[in-house]
Design a protein around this ligand. Sequence first.
Ligand code: HPA
Length: 274
Amino acid sequence: MNELLLKINQAADYISSNIPCTPDIAIILGSGLGPLADEIENPIVLSYENIPHFVQSTVKGHDGKLVFGQLSGKNVIAMKGRFHYYEGHDMSITTLPTRVFAKMGIKNIMVTNAAGGINDDFNPGDLMLIKDHITLFCPSPLRGPNLEEFGARFPDMSDIYNKYLRIMANNAAERLNIDLKEGVYSFFNGPQYESKADIIALKTLGADATGMSTVPEVIVAKHCGMNVLGLSLITNKAAGLSNEKLSHSEVVAIAKVAESKLITLAKEIVKDWN
Ligand code: HPA
């Protein structure tokens, strides 16, 4: 059997045998956004160190726990801490949990991240619904033998972030009186932040926000046929767009200040998600 498929199967079997049912929605939590998982009721917590082939997160603000339980009446499973390409993992490991969720039969995924704002209208603390992403700087996680049981060799990526889920998210934000921006997210390898010239280039290409995650997992989720919703928490203006120097501690600090808004919105979205 393909080595990656073997890993996916082993991880999926372990998780499925430790939870009572197939979750309705998988949630990936970005830097500093782990507290959303603390809202999950009747939690069953699995440590990454016990899940076959899951790796330990090396990043502050990423815990290394998978939490199953109920959120707004839905069965969810949330990654408190994700794997990043910049930590040195192959793309196949970076995206392993997403394929594992698909293997478990999960049809829906909500991906969150902390991001730098490129759009002039975006300020630290804003929330952005991802309407599309720029893949150009992201090595494809689908490179290598195609895993036929998940999806096609050349999957369509023209409608990645489900239109109906975006309408649902906008409606939820309106009900809660939350100003939800909408825009294009661009992947940057990291771990260094972008240069000023990178940001000018990304802006010219149509990016509204930039970050070091999400795109790999979302490509894989789309390949697997999952319904995808993406939310960015803008933690800073991107390099060169303000006088502030960029730092991870600042990113985590702003995420902490704005997380309650994201948690409230995410819970409302999950409530409506069918
Ligand atoms: N760039 C890349 N990743 C980020 C940023 C940024 O400005 N802010 C939070 N994550």
